[in-house]
Ligand binder design. Structure first.
Ligand code: HEC
Ligand code: HEC
Ligand code: HEC
Length: 136
């Protein structure tokens, strides 16, 4: 098997039970402006990932993520997976236990309500009226 496949399997074997245990404890949360990323999570039995955009935007310049780290300006528009994150790409550029807490904290990112589609979460608007389509 390839190196990446090996590491991916090892990670999931070692850490998946931790994720399963912690899932029930953590409240699902998504606030205004949060990006729900769910291209693969549901299918893999994980809660969707929540990216709190405002929390990050007040701490870093747009350029850090959208130029230097290559995040496209589109909810769900990046093919993010755990191999890339562990490899230091995308979220993993910071969530490495150095700049920010590490990848072992599965439930801090995978905190979305199961079944929530990829979208920019606008809680107030969604409560007031049905929205035409999730913003892409
Ligand atoms: C820093 C945030 C973050 C942390 C911590 C994190 N993930 Fe993820 N993970 C993501 C993002 C973002 C995606 C892409 C979500 C999507 O598109 O569904 C993802 C995708 C996944 C996927 C589906 C894609 C793939 O690689 O197979 C699985 C399974 C997964 N994560 C498991 C885990 C487990 C297990 C842990 C803890 C060991 C973990 N994640 C920790 C952000 C994180
Ligand atoms: C810490 C990293 C980070 C910073 C800093 C950041 N973004 Fe983002 N941005 C993201 C991620 C991650 C996504 C979602 C991408 C995905 O779902 O794959 C996103 C999505 C977006 C989107 C599309 C979704 C939406 O809300 O409409 C826009 C537009 C955007 N960012 C603009 C900005 C602007 C403007 C700034 C600076 C004021 C900024 N971002 C700062 C990481 C960041
Ligand atoms: C440019 C660096 C950077 C990138 C890229 C980044 N983060 Fe973060 N993130 C941080 C820092 C710094 C914190 C604060 C850590 C702390 O409080 O110790 C944080 C905190 C968080 C939190 C907790 C917010 C809270 O309310 O406490 C979540 C959830 C999170 N990040 C998810 C993600 C996900 C998902 C991605 C990828 C889509 C990502 N982050 C990409 C730097 C980053």
């Amino acid at each position: 098997m390839s190196g990446k496949t090996f590491w991916r399997r090892l990670l999931l074997i070692l850490l998946a039970p931790v994720a399963v245990l912690s899932v029930d404890i953590d409240e699902a949360r998504a606030e205004y402006g949060d990006v729900v990323i769910n291209n693969y999570s549901d299918a893999a039995g994980m809660r969707p990932a929540i990216f709190p955009h405002w929390f990050h935007r007040v701490r870093f310049r747009c350029k850090v993520c959208h130029a230097d780290l290559g995040f496209k300006f589109k909810a769900g528009g990046n093919e993010i997976n755990m191999v890339k994150i562990i490899d230091g790409q995308y979220c993993g550029a910071c969530h490495n236990g150095d700049l920010a807490w590490s990848v072992e904290n599965c439930n801090l990112c995978h905190s979305g309500k199961p079944g929530t589609p990829t979208q920019v979460h606008e809680s107030t608007i969604q409560q007031l009226a049905p929205v035409a389509a999730p913003k892409k």
